[in-house]
Ligand binder design. Structure first.
Ligand SMILES: [Zn+2]
Length: 273
């Protein structure tokens, strides 16, 4: 009896999202358009299982409703659509702030001097802990072109599966070597592109101001990708899913590595695969 009740409870909690909510939330994400009906069904089922296993909590007064939970689930589950939901087993909690949240930082420079600062973040993936998100940057209305903070943070979680945030997810030994070489080559190419572009920005334009956007927009990735290999992987993954053509044109080798790793190719439209 108790067993039967437990089974029913699991089934209900594990069930696919409500069809109407699913349709309206999914319609806000045009980057799902390449998925065929079977791919959309798979994503919907995966989202139901994801939501049954994760605890999504609001912070600073934000209360995530069913649509918000689903918007997060869709973006988190897209990278693992053809992988295993177990990739996200290392943590349960997702914390959502209404907007960017402040995180105190402490950095020690080469001279041993401690620098304290406060960063306003749109997302953070804590190793062994929760994913923290800003709803303003997560909702369909808040997404900037080619960017998804949810995909970014959950790809960090995939990167961290082997214990290192180094831009190299768990891969078989033979593939790992190739990935490392392609990652390094693509990263260095991007850093050189960024350096060249920044040399073209006139001194009268503050590179941190919106006035500099017209230069940075010429890059295939957000300049934040130049931070290190881990950020390069996370930012490139956003572009892979949201603007695949841009990444494939600029870095075809890294695009191929990502397509192999994620076991999907967003450039192959529904019905042509
Ligand atoms: Zn990051």
């Amino acid at each position: 009896m108790i067993g039967a009740m437990f089974q029913r409870l699991i089934r209900r909690r594990d069930s696919a999202p409500d069809p109407d909510t699913w349709r309206s939330v999914a319609a806000g994400f045009p980057f799902l358009d390449h998925l065929d009906p079977a791919g959309m069904d798979r994503l919907r089922t995966l989202c139901g299982r994801f939501l049954a296993r994760k605890q999504i909590s609001g912070a600073a007064g934000f209360v995530p409703d069913e649509a918000a939970r689903l918007a997060i689930a869709i973006q988190a589950c897209l990278p693992i659509l053809h992988l295993d939901l177990g990739a996200y087993d290392g943590f349960v909690e997702i914390v959502v702030y209404p907007a960017r949240f402040l995180v105190p930082r402490e950095q020690v420079d080469d001279a041993g001097v401690v620098h304290e600062s406060i960063d306003a973040l749109s997302g953070e993936a804590i190793d062994g802990g929760p994913v923290v998100l800003s709803w303003e940057d997560t909702s369909a209305e808040g997404l900037e072109t080619g960017m998804s903070v949810v995909i970014h943070e959950f790809v960090h979680k995939l990167d961290l599966l082997d214990g290192l945030a180094d831009g190299i997810p768990p891969l078989p030994r033979a593939r790992r070597k190739h990935w490392r070489a392609v990652l390094e080559g693509s990263y260095q190419w991007f850093v050189a592109e960024l350096d060249e572009l920044e040399s073209l920005i006139p001194d009268t334009v503050d590179p941190e101001s919106p006035a500099a956007d017209r230069w940075y927009r010429q890059l295939p990735l957000d300049p934040y990708a130049a931070t290190d290999h881990a950020e390069f992987f996370a930012v490139a993954a956003e572009t892979f899913f949201l603007e695949p053509g841009v990444l494939a044109d600029a870095m075809p080798e890294f695009y191929r590595e990502l397509a192999l790793f994620f076991r999907q190719d967003p450039l192959i439209a529904a019905g042509t695969s």
